[in-house]
Design a protein around this ligand. Structure first.
Ligand SMILES: O=C(COP(=O)(O)O)NO
Ligand SMILES: [Ca+2]
Ligand code: NA
Ligand SMILES: [Zn+2]
Length: 305
């Protein structure tokens, strides 16, 4: 069933498990996400960035909404990294049931102002809101945040921000970053910081940049002709610990990008004569389902629906 972000994340925070929020850009990714959630009896969030909305528009949103409505587990459709009040409202008009307003690159006051505007409008329409305080490293869809400007979320500031905005859930900067190259080796996750923030607020917390970039998938990507440098992601146990402290929504995009590309590359290299799209995009669904299943088991959301 199609539900709001709160319907999924409030129980997740209370139950100390994480719910994957997976980015989609087409039908196959959407099917892999929702069908795997149903198979594992797991709640799930499907998210579209502004780039995905540009790419698939209402057509793609409708695929998500229809699958979500017919799903036998709770599914929310979430706007990932909404960059403005207008963008958030447009998403709500498109049928999204959860929207992020990402104004974290502004100063505190401007972030509060922009976030509060979205919260008021979204709440008037029964839609949940994610906002962000702090800056991840890596590339955030619309801005490149280099290491020196990346700053981790201050716990006291977070309490102020939540009180002044009414945000339903909060994305915090805790050491993760977007993309496949999250730093040399094992990225540092500031669990003490998560624990501190979670001790001061009861709202669900959100971890962006949470792809694990599994080495097995990276090897298969290379073996099937892909070119990628020394990719690294968040260790499963680091993510598991984070959900125990209060992280309830866990954003995953890169792992699905790698998994779908592995499926397609392997299909094409194994069968150079193949030109049936179902034989090329179908395998992508399989590889993505395996990656999604692994993530749901790490987060502890299996059987929670
Ligand atoms: O935070 C993310 C995705 O992060 P990854 O690049 O680690 O999948 N989307 O908002
Ligand atoms: Ca941001
Ligand atoms: Na988001
Ligand atoms: Zn993100």
């Amino acid at each position: 069933m199609l539900v709001t972000g709160n319907d999924i994340l409030i129980p997740a925070r209370a139950g100390q498990y994480g719910v994957g929020s997976f980015n989609t850009n087409n039908m196959e990714i959407t099917q892999a996400i929702i069908h795997t959630a149903e198979r594992l009896r797991s709640p799930v969030m499907v998210q579209m960035s502004e780039g995905a909305i540009k790419y698939g528009g209402q057509d793609l949103a409708n695929i998500v909404i229809d699958l979500a409505r017919r799903a036998t587990v709770p599914v929310a459709l979430h706007l990932d990294h909404g960059s403005s009040y207008e963008s958030a409202l447009k998403a709500i008009k498109m049928g999204f049931t959860s929207v992020m307003i990402d104004a974290s690159h502004h100063g505190f006051e401007d972030n509060v102002k922009e976030t509060r505007r979205v919260v008021e409008a979204a709440h008037a329409m029964g839609i949940s809101v994610e906002s962000e305080l702090g800056r991840l490293g890596g590339i955030e869809e619309h801005i490149v945040v280099d290491e020196k400007d990346a700053f981790l979320t201050d716990p006291e500031e977070a309490v102020q921000f939540i009180e002044q905005t009414g945000t339903d859930y909060l994305a915090i900067a805790i050491g993760t970053s977007h993309g496949a190259f999250k730093g040399k080796g094992r990225p540092y996750i500031d669990h003490a910081r998560i624990e501190k923030i979670a001790s001061l607020t009861s709202i669900p917390l959100v971890a962006h940049g949470s792809s694990g970039v599994p080495q097995e998938i990276v090897e298969r990507f290379r073996a099937a002709g892909g070119q990628i440098g020394d990719a690294a992601g968040i260790a499963d146990e680091d993510l598991q610990r984070a959900t125990g402290f209060g992280i309830a929504k866990v954003n995953v995009d890169t792992d699905l990008r790698l998994a779908s590309t592995v499926g397609i590359r392997e299909a094409l290299t194994a069968n150079p004569k193949e030109f049936d799209p179902r034989k090329i995009f179908g395998p992508a669904r399989e590889v993505m389902s395996q990656v999604i299943e692994h993530k749901m088991r790490v987060l502890g959301s299996v059987g929670k629906a």
